[in-house]
Ligand binder design. Structure first.
Ligand SMILES: [Zn+2]
Length: 92
């Protein structure tokens, strides 16, 4: 939707020259990338024991690969210390 709006506001140049028509879609895409990055890399803290789930590290004890966002953990993933459910975790 966003890209469609942008291209509508950015008439196609008859002569494709970025110098004559500096209509780059770079600016609007930067915040989107930023949001995805911060959400995927957000740490979560267990409110019971203080264990921190770091997506960059994953959880080798439960076969969670590094780079797995908290939101994509297996539904049966639990806090590795006291086996608390994911509902006990809060964003760090
Ligand atoms: Zn815990």
């Amino acid at each position: 939707m966003i890209s469609q709006t942008l291209s509508a506001n950015c008439p196609q140049p008859k002569i494709p020259s970025p110098l004559l028509f500096p209509c780059f879609p770079v600016y609007p895409t930067l915040p989107l990338d930023d949001i995805v990055y911060t959400t995927a890399s957000r740490r979560y803290v267990c409110s019971v024991c203080g264990y921190v789930y770091d997506p960059d590290l994953g959880d080798s004890t439960q076969d969670v690969d590094p780079g797995t966002p908290f939101s994509e953990l297996p539904v049966d993933w639990k806090c590795p210390r006291y086996r608390q459910g994911q509902d006990k975790f809060n964003p760090a």
